[in-house]
Design a protein around this ligand. Structure first.
Ligand code: CTP
Length: 397
């Protein structure tokens, strides 16, 4: 989504400046055109040359250099977003008062672009009533804030907020601001990952689902302005920014979590791979090795989409997945009907680049209304965006 976007990255002088270099890099990698604007004290922490090398563009750090006086007006109007990271207590105070005593504050006073501040300061400074008042003033004026978070500060560990959010977190908040909120006001529930069914206290029956597809859907839905709940089985993935994560283990727990969320869900994206069978009577103690073959009696688990059908909110959009091995489209169509879905995302686990554990997927999307879209092999994030495009369309957005 950053491709072709113009970002002004304002940097004020705090130790978190080193993280702004990473933020600049991430934005450029994602395809954005980044203009870094540094205060005088930021340039003491990180030389403008560093940002110039990272962004491939000249850095603006003074009103008095050629073009400086006009660039503050131009940049504040042209940009898709202005991110100030770090925003120090001093910078925040100056912006709250409407000062324009250097190129960054002048740009912020003249701006029409949306503004995201990532405060970063000593925890006492952040807790000070002066800073609180300044931040309240800015919030009331529509300025968006990300962080600060609790964690290590330059002067040592702290259990109070002050530390600047990580570049990935700032990036996700910036994306949510820029993207226009196609899912704003919608509650989106996503399930992801495998379930585990106990054989005994130390062994489980599970599958190879990595959770990647569902996590990418949750991430993209939050960036589109949704309120997102991600119900996840055990995975190795980090919680996406902004998303409420509910961890489950067994199919029974997944069913209970989906049942609890469905009455208020505008969208359910059922990307989890629940086990279809569980050991009927798990042993209370660890089973010992024995001579000969082992047979474990299994019973079917709940079909979650089926058993929770009566909980669905009126007008909600239901999306399911079907991972098949051969004859995927026909099997997908049958599941679309059987599970009473609006959309089913079908893929064939035997195709190269598709299926579990991969970062890419090749899917077909089959709609209740008979639409059929075959997508090329692409990243799971791109597949997530394609799914959410269809979801947004069904809300008439
Ligand atoms: N699903 C579910 N409850 C289950 C198993 C699957 O709700 N116990 C959901 C999955 O999350 C997915 C869809 O149903 O969105 C299809 O899953 P899949 O495993 O392909 O379907 P099954 O019903 O298990 O059918 P089969 O194993 O016969 O292919």
């Amino acid at each position: 989504m950053w491709a072709g976007r113009h970002v002004v990255l304002g940097v004020s002088g705090g130790i978190a400046c080193y993280k702004s270099c990473i933020l600049a890099r991430r934005l450029v990698d994602a395809g954005a055109r980044v203009d870094a604007v540094l205060t005088e004290s930021a340039a003491e922490f990180v030389r403008p040359l560093t940002f110039e090398a990272l962004t491939g563009r000249p850095v603006v750090s003074s009103l008095w250099e050629p073009g400086g006086a006009l660039s503050h007006v131009r940049l504040g109007h042209e940009a898709d977003i202005i991110i100030v990271a770090p925003a120090t207590a001093q910078l925040i105070a100056r912006v709250a008062q409407g000062l324009a005593d250097d190129v960054l504050t002048a740009l912020l006073l003249a701006r029409t672009a949306p503004l995201l501040l990532a405060p970063s300061m000593n925890d006492e400074m952040f807790a000070h009533p002066a800073t609180r008042t300044n931040l309240d003033t800015l919030s009331r004026r529509g300025v968006a804030l990300v962080g600060p978070e609790t964690g290590a500060l330059a002067e040592g560990p702290s259990d109070r907020p002050g530390r600047m959010s990580e570049p990935e977190t700032i990036l996700a908040h910036a994306a949510r601001l820029v993207r226009g909120g196609g899912l704003a006001g919608k509650r989106v529930v996503v399930t992801a990952g495998p379930t585990r069914e106990p054989i005994d206290p130390v062994r489980v029956v599970s599958n190879r689902s990595s959770g990647k597809m569902g996590y990418r859907v949750a991430e993209a839905a939050w960036e589109r302005g949704g309120e997102v709940v991600l119900i996840s089985g055990p995975t190795a993935l980090a919680a996406p920014v902004g998303v409420t994560l509910r961890l489950i283990d067994s199919t029974r727990e997944l069913e209970a979590a989906v049942r609890a969320e469905l009455p208020t869900a505008d969208v359910l994206v059922m990307a989890a791979a629940p086990a279809d069978y569980r050991p009927s009577s798990p042993s209370a103690s660890k089973r010992s090795r024995m001579e000969g073959a082992l047979a474990i009696p299994m019973e079917p688990t709940e079909d979650i989409l089926g058993s929770t059908r009566d909980q669905r909110k009126k007008g909600s959009v239901m999306v399911g997945f079907a991972l098949e091995t051969g004859d995927a489209l026909a099997k997908g169509l049958a599941k679309l009907e059987r599970k009473d879905l609006d959309l089913i995302v079908v893929n064939d686990a035997l195709e190269p680049g598709a299926g579990f554990e991969k970062d890419t997927n090749r899917v077909a999307m089959l709609g209740r209304d008979g639409t059929r879209k075959i997508l090329p092999l692409q990243s799971k994030r791109a597949v997530a965006e394609a799914i959410l495009d269809v979801v947004e369309q069904s809300f008439g957005r």
